[in-house]
Write a protein that binds this ligand. Structure first.
Ligand code: DP6
Length: 360
């Protein structure tokens, strides 16, 4: 597979107007993507659970312009409110994908988007947001080229999503999606996320993720800046190699359902991600005191209860609490009794593994 595969043939006819709508989920990485090369190429492979409840719904209305506009003509609304300050990000996305969707200059687009999770919850909405928009756009292309097959549709949706936000390439399908070349994962690619192609023990098919909202404020350092700081990072090469090794180890763990080993990899990945932040130049810390309180309580509870609760983190202070569905009642109670006190306004979101994006 190369980038060339995603450049379409000339369209035979351009329809005058239409509307497409998609709902796309967020995802939580088990092996983290942190560091990238030019063109949204990941520095290491990653893998994630697709989520189910944390979703973005996007509708795209399009109408043919009288003259093509290579500066792109569009408006964007979030929960019904016009958001002009999102425009530069979308314009950059359109510039990156124009080569692959040449119809972009032919239409005026109205993008209407809403999230299932609370506003400014600190939950990264770039994965669900960019993938929902990419799906709406590829659906327009399918209307221009109705022969497009489902497999190509999903691949190109992931390819376009990646150009919007790397982690968004992992939100199209589920329950487990892998992105980035890896020697022992057949079909793995830096260009698209793929459905994890090997055996997965049933315990992982219904895994739960309760997202504890520790800090809902704006992050001091964006992911984009964080990725950039992996260039010339003193530990970058070892870290990238470790991600490859952790994926190889997970392959065995997924097949066998060994939760103790799963926990070791997942928690180590989360802490390594934050260790990379703390050892870059300039260095920074995104965890908050309550993040550490929660981690310590999870460790103590796991020891005492002999359950399989563990945590992971994304690029922020919030904690994703992961556990098998069979332990849900016990872990829910533990969260209410011991962890909610460390969440901002006592807020957390119950989610679980999901199957990917759907037409809305
Ligand atoms: C820590 O996908 O948000 O969540 O490609 O610059 O948009 P861009 O970055 P983004 O980075 C996600 C980083 C992460 C780990 C992960 O999801 O793998």
């Amino acid at each position: 597979m190369t980038e060339q595969d995603f450049i379409p043939k000339a369209y035979t006819e351009l329809i005058s107007n239409g509307k497409t709508s998609w709902k796309s989920p967020s995802n939580i990485a088990l092996v983290k993507y942190w560091g990238k090369r030019k063109g949204q190429i990941p520095a290491n492979p990653s893998i994630s659970f697709t989520l189910d409840n944390c979703k973005t719904t996007t509708s795209l209305t399009f109408s043919k312009l009288t003259e093509p506009n290579s500066n792109f003509s569009f408006d964007i609304f979030l929960e019904g409110n016009k958001k002009d300050h999102f425009k530069p990000k979308i314009a950059t996305f359109f510039e990156r994908i124009y080569k692959y969707l040449p119809f972009l200059s032919e239409y005026h687009f109205t993008i209407e988007t809403s999230n299932s999770f609370p506003h400014s919850s600190g939950i990264a909405s770039s994965a669900s947001g960019m993938s929902a928009l990419a799906l709406c756009l590829i659906e327009v292309e399918k209307q221009l080229n109705p022969e497009m097959g489902d497999e190509f549709f999903a691949r190109k949706a992931s390819f376009l999503s990646r150009l919007g936000s790397g982690s968004a390439s992992r939100s199209i399908e589920g329950p487990l999606v892998q992105w980035g070349e890896h020697a022992s994962i057949q079909g793995s690619s830096d260009l698209v996320g793929i459905k994890y192609p090997y055996q997965v023990h049933e315990v992982f098919r219904t895994y739960c993720d309760s997202i504890l909202l520790v800090d809902k404020g704006q992050k001091q350092v964006s992911s984009t800046v964080g990725h950039d700081l992996m260039h010339n990072h003193p530990f970058a090469e070892q870290r990238f190699e470790q991600a490859h090794e952790n994926l190889s180890k997970l392959k065995v763990i997924f097949a066998e359902g060994d939760l103790r080993e799963f926990i070791k990899i997942v928690e180590s990945e989360a802490l390594t991600l934050h260790a990379m932040m703390m050892t870059s130049h300039p260095y920074f810390i995104l965890m908050k005191p309550n993040t550490l309180e929660i981690i310590n309580r999870i460790w103590a509870f796991r020891e005492q209860s002999k359950t399989h609760v563990c945590f992971t983190l994304d690029a922020g202070a919030n904690v994703h609490v992961l556990y098998p569905e069979s332990e849900k009642t016990e872990i829910d109670q533990f969260i209410k009794n011991e962890l909610v006190a460390y969440c901002e306004n006592g807020q957390y979101i119950c989610d679980q593994i999901g199957l990917g994006a759907k037409k809305a």
